[in-house]
Design a protein around this ligand. Sequence first.
Ligand code: F6P
Length: 365
Amino acid sequence: MADKVKKIGLLTGGGDCPGLNAVIRAVTRTAILKYGYEVIGYKYGYKGLYNNDIVPLDLNSVSGILHKGGTILYSSNKDNLFNYQVEENGEKICKDVSDVAVENLKKEKVDVLVVIGGDGTLTSARDFARKGVKVVAVPKTIDNDLAATETTFGHYSALDVATDALERLHTTAESHHRVMILEVMGRNAGWIALRSGIAGSADVILLPEIPYDINKIVAKIKDRGESGRPFTIIVVAEGAKPKGGNVVVQKIVSDSPDPIRLGGIGNKLASDLEQLISNHEIRCTVLGHLQRGGDTSTYDRILSTRYGAAAVELIHEGRYGNMVCLNSDKMTFEHLENVIGQIKTVDLDNELVKTARSIGTSFGD
Ligand code: F6P
């Protein structure tokens, strides 16, 4: 059972998303109120662990943040302490500085580190666990692409934004008889496009997992026009690609552990469709970081609170090296060794895909 934990450290890493503050609040409140642990936060993710940039967390500092997007601890998606950029003799080099972080944890007498993040942040958490650091992790990402858990927090908040955008596009598309394309995030997983496409009644949903045939999309637009619906709503995941084609890369962030930033497929699709369709104007909206900003949805407030409280239970039970997970609506856990690199994409037999097909939604295939 529980060992003698007195103090826990907390950090948020990777891209932000709604729900981070709700997890910080739940961890802090459970730690203090239920177990009497002291809590500190590291600012700017792993960078704060390296610089020992800490802030004490108490009931007052986490008051009023449940609904707020972003993270009161700030975040960074560039700082991998196992391959960290430092300046030595006037030269910038990358080296393993994880021992500095381990020393800082000892200096602050932090017994357990709680890491909140997606695949990149969790990879470092696993590597710290391998070095003997007591780590507990919480899965975050709007992309919902971690296989170990049914749902990551942040996903449903992003879905609310994307669904709202699709609804708004409907009224303007209908007024002008236009084809409206909405590009959403998700990296190489189509969950945001699939779920928002169903909730926002998109006519065409384009996923990374189902390469599209542009002629099928043209046929769908024509078919709708002939049946008295002369407008079409298309939601396209940033990782979608045409059959035999490639993803569109927006930029390479060279100092990021995951340097490829996808983006641009929506505009490419718009200009490709313009070559094939003359009776409709086509417009593309790229939703971008609006999906990561703003308030946390009701669902994510609850899920994040459950995750945060469950993470502290893992600490109390001494189950280090694990990540809290949601399975069949129950809080469970999985060892970080089994979590990393296990990306969950949309499987073609997925019930949601079948449901969307049943109601006539096209996947462009
Ligand atoms: O993983 C979350 C995510 O928002 C992806 O959906 C998107 O591809 C990426 O991060 C964007 O990263 P950045 O904030 O660095 O542009």
